[in-house]
Write a protein that binds this ligand. Structure first.
Ligand code: NAP
Length: 435
């Protein structure tokens, strides 16, 4: 069979591993595809950079010519532009595209899928969410006959490593972050990871796919882990919980704003018995609740050159096979354009609130009154004696676990608790997820 020509845009952490495997595993790949793959061009920015293992004659900065000559284009440069223009050009000319670009898909998912559909070619993106973990195909294809109600994922390895070190070693946030940077788990500028933005892009892609709705990063409510202290982690541990940065994608049947969808990223407490609580280090996992399938969990390495290359190559084999067999390309499932993304205030959650209070009679009554006024209720209250302050006043730590209520009611409750005379400080507020 005639070889399929593959142009690769970008040859960094992931691209280097993909290129090496296309060459080293050429026989096995050809057997699986039914035709050999031929790496026809590797597009980079800087031709002078040393790239061990890459055939120098393939390197070019001319992306347009590389694409024009290719049956399959692998986009591994990242960012919105020029990646978007180049992917669109490849799709328009009838080439299949494989990308790992979460930022681009989270911003332009519907538009790019329509371009693939128009051209009857595939646009595959397994590596864009949770690296090596097969999650795009299970959500988009394997569960297509079911109804996905909820997805809860640990989809950022950097933040999971940081929180895991804080939990297992008792480190504070700064020490865990600087160690993550030393080990190469965190970038020099860690904002995208610790601020929750990387996880938000993945939540947008998973929501778009699971709920057939146009969800972008801007629709995702995002809170990062910068405010998580060693004390919060220790308090959680004492109570049988662990703190994880979660991406939650949910179909909401009832809310004060009506039915809709919710996509959100925040650090939350999980019971230690929850399957996601056992996800350690920089690993990722995605927990799905579907109407007929029930609970499913997918676990593995969410980043890194080789693990991500595995997902990219799986997509390459899939699109290449389709070209060999001559199947129709993308079937663009119509988006339900009327799907409403609910504001965080309409979502029902549970809070754990830690208060620093003055230890004197009447405190519990004052706190309970605020809850009653706001229509929120307390499931559990725990008080521990704290220090004596400079005015010789005895303090106590009050940990309150709330029942489920809307974010709006809980946020108002916390604000009013902070205004009480007997409350010296609201030390922490953190949501609880999972059963
Ligand atoms: P990277 O190491 O920064 O590599 C980017 C590559 O793209 C470099 O070879 C760079 O060229 C090239 N490039 C960037 N802009 C270009 C331009 N305008 N024209 C031509 N070439 C350009 O990135 P990466 O970590 O491999 O990530 C690639 C993609 O995979 C991103 O979308 C990322 O989000 C996604 N991803 C990465 C991981 C991971 O673990 N790294 C995991 C999942 C998904 P030079 O080499 O000349 O600078």
């Amino acid at each position: 069979m005639k070889p399929l020509r593959v142009a690769m845009l970008g040859c960094g952490v992931v691209g280097t591993e993909v290129a090496a495997r296309i060459v080293d595993r050429s026989e096995a790949l050809a057997e699986r595809i039914g035709a050999p793959l031929e790496l026809s061009a590797v597009v980079v920015r800087d031709l002078a950079k040393a790239r061990p293992g890459i055939d120098e004659s393939l390197l070019t900065t001319d992306a347009e010519t590389a694409i024009a000559d290719a049956d399959i284009v692998i986009e591994l440069m990242g960012g919105i532009e020029p990646a978007k223009t180049l992917i669109t050009a490849a799709l328009d000319q009838g080439s299949s595209v494989v990308t790992a670009n979460k930022a681009l898909l989270a911003a332009h998912y519907g538009e790019l899928m329509s371009a693939a559909d128009r051209a009857s070619v595939r646009l595959e993106h397994e590596a864009a969410v949770a690296g090596a973990i097969p999650i795009i195909r299970p959500v988009g294809d394997s569960l297509a006959g079911d109804r996905i109600d909820r997805i809860m994922g640990i989809v950022n390895g950097t933040t999971n490593y940081i929180l895991d070190q804080m939990d297992s070693e008792g480190w504070d946030f700064d020490r865990a972050l600087s160690t993550a940077q030393e080990l190469g788990y965190a970038e020099a500028d860690p904002t995208a990871d610790v601020g929750g933005h990387d996880a938000a892009a993945k939540a947008a892609i998973l929501s778009s796919l699971a709920f057939h709705a146009p969800v972008s990063s801007d629709d995702v409510h995002v809170e990062g882990i910068e405010g998580i202290s060693a004390e919060m982690v220790a308090t959680a541990k004492d109570q049988g919980f662990v703190i994880k940065l979660l991406a939650v994608c949910e179909r909401v049947a009832e809310s004060p704003a009506g039915p809709g969808l919710s996509a959100r990223v925040y650090p939350a407490l999980l019971r230690r018995s929850h399957p996601l609580a056992s996800v350690r280090g920089a690993f990722n996992a995605v927990f799905i609740e579907a109407e007929a399938a029930g609970e499913l969990m997918f676990y593995g390495q969410g980043a890194g050159g080789a693990p991500t290359a595995s997902a990219v190559l799986g997509d390459v084999v899939s699109v290449a096979r389709r070209r060999v067999l001559g199947g129709r390309g993308q079937y663009e499932r119509p988006f339900h354009e009327d799907s409403r993304i609910l504001p965080i205030s309409a979502i029902t959650t549970r809070y754990h609130i830690t208060l620093d209070v003055v230890d004197r009679p009447g405190v519990l009554a004052a706190v309970s009154e605020v809850f009653a006024d706001e229509g929120a209720s307390i499931e559990l209250m725990r008080q521990t004696v704290g220090e004596v302050d400079e005015d010789e006043m005895q303090h106590a730590k009050l940990v309150l676990a709330t029942h489920s209520n809307t974010e709006a009611a809980l946020a108002r409750t916390v604000e009013r608790l902070g205004d009480l005379d007997v409350v010296r400080a609201v030390s922490s507020v953190i949501r609880v997820e999972g059963q």
